[in-house]
Design a protein around this ligand. Structure first.
Ligand code: TRP
Length: 462
């Protein structure tokens, strides 16, 4: 059977809209939500950052997300093939392929450091379990920041990622996202309910939720909020593009022209929603820690952000809680590990989809082979923590992601919608002319998004 694009209909796809939603929010909701967002918010004017973040997420990140979903759904293939076949002209094909391979490399680089951080989460999750089971020495080993431990936990996490991706789109990615995301949400809510009963929590809530609008004038804040929104929605590297390409035929053929824009909005809303409620956990927990005498401010008087929060402050807090602390600790780091896993599979899917569709390698073989190469890069980073780690994070998330996001907006706006899709769809579906989304979005993604992204990049070079 072939569809209108001449591709075989046997290509993998998600089994339902719900499955897509779980996979896409699973990708979006990750360490960036639970760890990055709350601490950035607390340091940048609390509620004011929240407002800036929400506005930017919808003005910039949502249109860019739609660009990726549209390209994916229309071309029904991986990022490299999609971008190199949107237009017949040789120059555009070459540019498209380069952007595609750029996305593939960036996704792999992001995974190489993400898996290390996820390995830390995994060791903090296994530590109290080892303690409970009476393996005191093992628990000690999990608690020490050693090269061997980092290698082992990063390896285990990478193997889990490869295992899920090897199983395929619906049996692996969709199934595991649909299993894990509800668990994640449940743990998050239970932990919030518990932490909010502890002394000091209300102070944290106040810091998080009361807006200090004077900080909004700081241009660094807007920049941070934009970068955070891009990273949090997994944009720029082809993750959302390839997930969009796996949307089941039912939705793809629905006559409702607003089905995809709505689905994208749901992903963006869920992502922001989880980031917001993660803030209700992390910031109050930090102030509870302070009430216990644990230092939560850095040298400049700012609230600790970065690794210190999750790797030191929170474990120190859990240690003051006695037996309850053991369970809280297990729950919290299980939450972090799950959040990381549903994101890491979406990163690995980018190169795996390219290789399986462009070569004769099976999904199983390419998932393991590519996973192994990326793990080798992680090993390199683990041995060169001091010199390479930060650099790779900055290169991939601060520069590469927004640049590729820019290219994807331009491709969606100027290539996809100029040449075929929009004209054809408009002719077929007159109700598009009435839809708010379709009246605004194409121009928006062609002009406004690129300008905003360029402004942000220029700012960050100064
Ligand atoms: N969005 C995830 C987070 O917030 C990380 C992530 C998953 C990602 N896939 C991505 C980031 C692709 C950039 C690109 O942690």
């Amino acid at each position: 059977m072939t569809d209108s694009h001449g591709m075989t209909a046997s290509r993998a796809q998600f089994t339902s809209t719900f499955g897509f939603l779980m996979a896409a929010t699973g990708s979006a909701v990750g360490l960036g939500n639970v760890w990055g967002f709350p601490t950035q918010a607390a340091n940048n004017g609390g509620g004011a950052f929240l407002v800036a973040y929400l506005v930017l997420a919808f003005l910039l990140a949502y249109p860019a997300l739609m660009a990726e979903l549209m390209i994916g759904r229309h071309s029904k293939t991986n990022i490299v093939t999609a971008l190199s076949s949107l237009d017949e002209r040789p120059l555009l094909r070459v540019i498209g392929a380069s952007v595609g391979y750029g996305g593939l490399l960036t996704a792999s680089l992001i995974l190489s450091f993400y898996a290390i951080v996820a390995g830390w989460m995994l060791s903090k999750f296994l530590l109290p379990i080892a303690e409970l089971l009476g393996f005191a020495e093992l628990a000690l080993w999990f608690g020490e920041d050693s090269v061997t431990r980092n290698l082992v936990t990063c390896f285990v996490f990478s193997a889990l990622t490869m295992g899920i991706v090897a199983r395929g789109v619906s049996n692996g990615i969709e199934r595991w996202s649909a299993r894990l995301m509800p668990i994640l949400t449940f743990i998050l809510i239970v932990l919030i309910a518990y932490v909010l009963t502890l002394p000091g929590a209300l102070m944290g809530l106040q810091v998080y939720l009361s807006p200090d609008f004077s900080q909004l004038t700081d241009s660094g804040l807007l920049l941070d909020a934009m970068g955070q929104a891009f990273f949090s929605l997994s944009l720029g590297v082809g993750t959302m593009l390839v997930y969009g390409s796996y949307l089941h035929a039912g939705l793809a053929h629905k006559s409702n022209v607003n089905a995809l824009p709505r689905l994208g909005a749901a992903v963006a809303l869920l992502d922001c929603g989880i980031a917001f409620i993660a803030g209700l956990l992390i910031i109050p927990a930090m102030y509870v820690a302070q009430a216990q005498g644990i230092a939560i401010f850095g040298e400049g008087g700012e609230l600790l952000a970065g690794p210190g929060v999750v790797l030191q402050v929170l474990p120190a807090l859990f240690a003051t809680m006695g037996t309850a602390g053991i369970w809280v600790s297990i729950a919290f780091f299980m939450l972090m590990t799950i959040a990381a896993l549903t994101s890491s599979i979406s990163m690995l899917e980018v190169p795996v989809s390219v290789v399986t569709e462009k070569s004769r390698l099976s999904r199983r073989v390419s998932a393991v082979a590519i996973g192994a190469v990326i793990f080798a890069v992680s090993v390199l980073l683990i041995f060169n923590m001091g010199t390479l780690f930060e650099g790779v994070i900055i290169l991939s998330t601060r520069y590469s992601e927004p640049l590729l996001g820019l290219a994807l907006c331009l491709f969606a706006g100027w290539v996809l919608f100029r040449h075929r899709a929009l004209t054809k769809m408009c002719a077929e579906q007159p109700e598009m002319k009435k839809s708010l989304f379709w009246r605004i979005w194409p121009t928006y993604v062609r002009i406004i998004c690129p300008i905003l992204i360029v402004l942000m990049l220029v700012q960050s070079f100064r």
